[in-house]
Design a protein around this ligand. Sequence first.
Ligand code: CAA
Length: 255
Amino acid sequence: MAASSRLISRLTLVTGGGSGIGRAVCQRFATEGASVIVADRNEESANQTLELLSRDHKGQDHMALGVDVSSKDSVEKLVTSIQCRYFQPASVCVNAAGITQDEFLLKMEEEDFDKVIDVNLKGTFLLTQAVSKALVSAGSAKGSIITVGSIVGKVGNVGQVNYSASKAGVEGLTRTAAKELSKFGIRCNCVLPGFITTPMTDKVPEKVIDKLTSMIPMGRMGEPAEVADACAFLASDDSRYITGVSIEVAGGLFI
Ligand code: CAA
């Protein structure tokens, strides 16, 4: 795809930016001219993404920071650090931090249910709240918050009662945030990836991957860059009259 510059001077915060979809979002946004803050629980992998951005997009002001999205304290520190470094809040936020802890419902431990809800759903709430508070108090004219749900939040998936519940919650959260934040010029939209080639799907047994792939009308798993493209559209002015929607990036899975 030809590089465009739809995101020039958009300060963009990407959580989960150290790998998978988050890393692809960082790369795509930098290609389109954004300054990217790569945030990840794993600081080493956030720094690796930063190195890629610094190598490929010299002259742009990117940075990497550690964050635990399930901790209010950590999220608030992240937002404050951005303000201090750039003298403005991030006007685009992509909530790509997410985890799985797969197990059948009958065997799942309470702790593994809580962990996934804490990162995927509460983490999205904490980030969305902190970023929008900063935008509103700065009187910023516009913002775009992008959440990462999942196709399995809509249709469920064997072995993912915790994850699919968290991702269904993310969609509901996004629609409500869109209703509340529109008056401040902040749009909120959700992308719903299907099965994408990432470290997350690397953990899935091969026999299950074969089963899942055979259900995808397009006949293959997706690439992180294909999700990043949808995020770039939602961050850009090309989607300026779009808020509260979910875009499936799933190769036609479950249509
Ligand atoms: N869909 C369909 N069938 C599944 C399945 C799934 N998601 N997960 C497991 N099964 C089936 C297996 O194929 C297997 O079938 P057979 O008995 O016919 O062989 C049966 O369930 C038992 O599975 P295991 O032998 O693997 O059982 P286990 O106890 O060793 O492991 C499990 C259970 C941890 C749930 C493991 O099967 C697993 O990891 N499943 C994958 C779950 C999954 O799909 N995760 C998606 C990760 S990607 C992601 O989350 C991103 C996103 O947004 C979609």
